[in-house]
Design a protein around this ligand. Structure first.
Ligand code: FAD
Length: 399
């Protein structure tokens, strides 16, 4: 059975950045599992544009040289802004080839801890051992399906993460539920693909990033209000850009900043694309019923909609018990708060040697962890820690 010092589960922005940092540590044996950038390719819509700005969309390597600029220079072509998703996926794979070309695309199906080490099962039955495991498996399993839709099968109802080609529905009638970037951009792409779309929004309005867009054009004042990572509203952005500060804020402030920085918002450049798409606010679907191959939605104002499909842009709820690869025993020994693992300053869970990166680290390190921009802080921190503890995997516990 192969044995590694560190196994990384996931080859998205966080897993690849972690690998780039760890593989520079002398004699450290690492292995990365997961298909590079697969969530971006299969679970986000083709034609999507990144909401995060260019400066906040670099993956991280120790020397900070494998940036989007370096990718453009190496490929001799220009990246438009906002960044198109296919170019970002290509950047991620270019980054992977420069740093960890031997990434193993297979899925990990089980992680257990026995006798002070981890045993991992790979999808084809192979087993490997590791002193340390870094979970960078993303948000795929956390798709939030509201209760009133759970009994209806796909394709009548599906979460936005279940389709990557929204041009495949010309002439079909859609209700899109939600008011975040994913719901709104999905609605735009469906509409542009020839579908008839109505967006149903629970709140009283859609929060377009109009004010934020104006505040970003004030030169030095903008730089005072927004950190280069550009996560969160004016002012808050500067605070959440320092995860080691966020960690020590009172919990109510941490929660407030997380909610305000990750709540439903629509990029300003979506406004013209949704000009002829009806957006109905203050409306909740109280029930959904299959009627032949269509869905009848009962809304809370007494009206109904009969549609071919319901697309749920209803976001994600972090809950690591939905990572099916964590064994029941391992899961029961991870201290959690609201579905998030409680992490120490080295992104280590209450189980020594087990680390979580990306959105699951958001409870401990704030909203930056939900975005690519957080990978630099997270993986520099992890890299320094693993370099300090070395091949032994010995854990220096810091509260
Ligand atoms: C529609 C949408 C748009 C977004 N737009 C932006 C944006 O513009 N900018 C931004 O910063 N963020 C954006 N995000 C958030 C984005 O998801 C995260 O920033 C980013 O994906 C985090 O990277 P990650 O490495 O944690 O996760 P992912 O990119 O999801 O990578 C996780 C990887 O782990 C692999 N994996 C999972 N389970 C296993 C397993 N058992 N074995 C092996 N491998 C496994 C997956 O295949 C995947 O490749 C968006 C999210 C959505 C849903």
């Amino acid at each position: 059975m192969a044995k590694y010092d560190v196994v990384i589960i996931g080859a998205g922005p966080y897993g690849l950045s972690a690998a780039a940092h760890l593989q520079t540590i002398r004699r450290l044996q690492i292995r990365v599992f997961g298909e590079p950038m697969s969530f971006w390719e299969h679970q986000m819509p083709k034609g999507m544009l990144l909401r995060s700005p260019y400066a906040a969309s670099h993956l991280s390597d120790p020397a900070r040289v494998l940036s989007l600029d370096a990718y453009q220079a190496a490929n001799g072509n220009h990246l438009s802004r906002p960044i198109p998703i296919d170019r970002f996926i290509d950047y991620g794979r270019w980054f992977q080839r420069q740093t960890v070309p031997e990434t193993d695309p297979r899925k990990i199906t089980c992680v257990e801890r026995t006798a002070g080490e981890f045993r991992l099962a790979v999808e084809d039955g192979e087993e490997v051992r590791a002193r340390r495991v870094v979970v960078a498996a993303g948000i795929g399993p956390f798709a939030n399906i509201p209760a009133q839709f759970r009994h209806l099968p796909d394709p009548l109802v599906f979460h936005a993460s279940r389709r990557n080609d929204l041009s495949a529905f010309p002439g079909k009638k859609f209700a899109v539920i939600g008011a975040g970037q994913s719901a709104l951009e999905s609605a735009a792409l469906l509409h542009e693909g020839g579908a008839e779309v109505e967006v149903l929004v629970r709140g009283p309005r859609v929060h377009w990033l109009t004010r934020s867009s104006r505040l970003h054009k004030l030169g030095p004042v903008s730089r005072l209000l927004y950190a280069p990572t550009d996560v969160g509203p004016a002012g808050v952005s500067r605070i959440v850009a320092v995860p080691n500060l966020v960690r020590y804020l009172p919990r109510f402030l941490q929660n407030d900043f997380r909610i305000r920085s990750t709540g439903p918002r629509g990029a300003i450049w979506l406004v013209p694309r949704l000009q002829s798409v009806p957006i109905t606010v203050d409306r909740t679907a109280t029930s959904a019923t299959a009627v032949g191959d269509r869905v009848r939605l009962q809304l809370d104002d007494g009206s109904q909609r009969l549609v071919d499909h319901v697309l749920l842009g209803t976001g994600y709820r972090i809950d690591i018990s939905r990572y099916s690869f964590l064994s029941r025993e391992l899961l029961s020994s991870i201290r959690c708060d609201n579905g998030f693992p409680a992490l120490d300053r080295n992104f280590e869970a209450s189980v020594p040697g087990l680390h979580f990166l990306g959105a699951p680290a958001g409870w401990s390190f704030g909203p930056l962890m939900y975005f690519v921009a957080g990978a630099d802080f997270a993986t520099h921190t992890l890299g320094r820690y693993v370099a300090r503890t070395g091949k032994t995997g010995a854990t220096v516990r810091v509260p």
